[in-house]
Design a protein around this ligand. Structure first.
Ligand code: NAD
Length: 325
């Protein structure tokens, strides 16, 4: 099978590319390298089943050729994370909305099955525990730009579902919850790589707000397995499916666990959301997925716990530091 992975030089996409190549498939990555890195995929370049196309998913001609040549599409390319969306408000919406529109249009034209990665952010401020795929969403006002990420990704979901309903294009929407592991960069505000880097340098671990907000972190290799299984599952077509861990941890406890795993002498420091994101920033207290649907469709559940994740991230950062010396 020949897979196209948009955003395949990114954190999750590069692990997905690696897994598909290992299974004996052909992989073409289309990535503009905006947040993705060439170093994420350079070890794959010697494999003659792998090809990297550098360009944007908003480039209709490029997407047209790439989709035409493949059998199936994993559409991961996106501006990712609230910090990036706050910093680059216009181009991030364009990538998420226009990029997905172009990729879906071409997938439909050539009838190529497609899996879209959406996000738990679409549940917004809903206080439901756990989040179930067909539960209500609750988003903040358009004057608070952090909601643009959730809205744009929700629009992608609507469009994917519209192609499924109107022309039976085989699409699966996956809502990923916090995904972590080797190769994730802390540059755009992702909490685990930041905490681990701070702990290894002996710097304070910086918590936003009081640290009582909790999250569930899933290892990227578990997520990749879920994505591949759902792409292969005919019953998942036309469905929205959560993928994430159900192991919940408060951000304050996470900081303490990172300090323990890295045996760091760092302290924990608290800063206000406003000092990082500006006035009126809104965040969610809890974000726990129901993963019953993924379990019943493909028997998926995470296999790695938080300790294994923190150890893997710490090992990667330590070996990078050794290499740079
Ligand atoms: N990491 C998480 O915790 C998480 C959580 C929820 C959803 N997701 C979703 O998973 C997908 C992958 O995210 P990730 O964590 O690997 O982030 P990432 O930033 O590492 O990957 C995104 C990739 O898309 C590429 N890209 C961005 N704009 C592009 C464009 N216009 N054309 C082509 N490529 C473009 C980037 O260069 C990058 O390689 C995204 O769709 C994201 O919304 C991730």
């Amino acid at each position: 099978m020949h897979y196209l992975i948009t955003g395949g030089s990114g954190f999750i996409g590069s692990h997905l590319a690696e897994a598909l190549l290992k299974e004996g498939h052909r992989v073409t990555v289309l990535d503009d390298l905006s947040t993705g890195k060439i170093t994420n995929v350079e070890h794959l370049e010697s494999n003659d089943q792998f090809r990297l196309l550098v360009g944007s998913v908003t480039d209709r001609n490029l997407v047209f050729e790439a989709v035409h040549a493949c059998d199936r599409v994993f559409h991961l390319a996106s501006a990712v994370g609230v910090k990036l969306i706050m910093e680059r408000p216009v181009e991030t919406i364009d990538t998420i909305v226009t990029g997905t529109q172009v990729v879906l249009e071409q997938a439909n034209r050539y009838r190529k099955p497609l899996l879209l990665t959406s996000t738990s952010e679409v549940y917004g401020k809903s206080t439901a525990v756990p989040f179930v795929e067909d539960g209500d969403r609750l988003e903040g006002p358009t004057t608070k730009h952090r909601w643009a990420y959730a809205c744009a990704k929700a629009l992608d979901e609507f469009l994917a579902m519209a192609y499924w309903k109107s022309s039976s294009l085989p699409v699966v929407v996956t809502r990923l919850f916090n995904t972590v592991g080797p190769r994730q960069t802390g540059q755009y505000g992702m909490v685990i790589p930041n905490f681990v880097a701070q702990a290894l340098k002996g710097e304070p671990l910086v918590i936003h707000g009081d640290g009582q907000q909790s999250r569930c972190f899933c290892h990227v290799l578990d997520i990749v397995q879920g994505l591949i299984s759902l792409m292969d599952c005919p019953a998942a077509r036309g469905q929205v499916v959560n993928l994430g861990s159900t192991e919940e941890v408060t951000i304050r406890d996470l900081a303490a666990r990172v300090i323990e795993v890295t045996q760091s002498k760092s302290e924990i420091r608290q800063v206000s959301y406003e000092s990082i994101y500006g006035e009126g920033f809104e965040d969610m207290l809890r974000r726990v997925p129901s993963i019953d649907k993924a379990a019943s469709l493909v028997g998926w559940k995470p296999t790695r716990d938080l300790r294994q994740i923190l150890t893997a991230v710490a090992e990667e950062l330590k070996s990078e530091e050794l290499k740079s010396k």
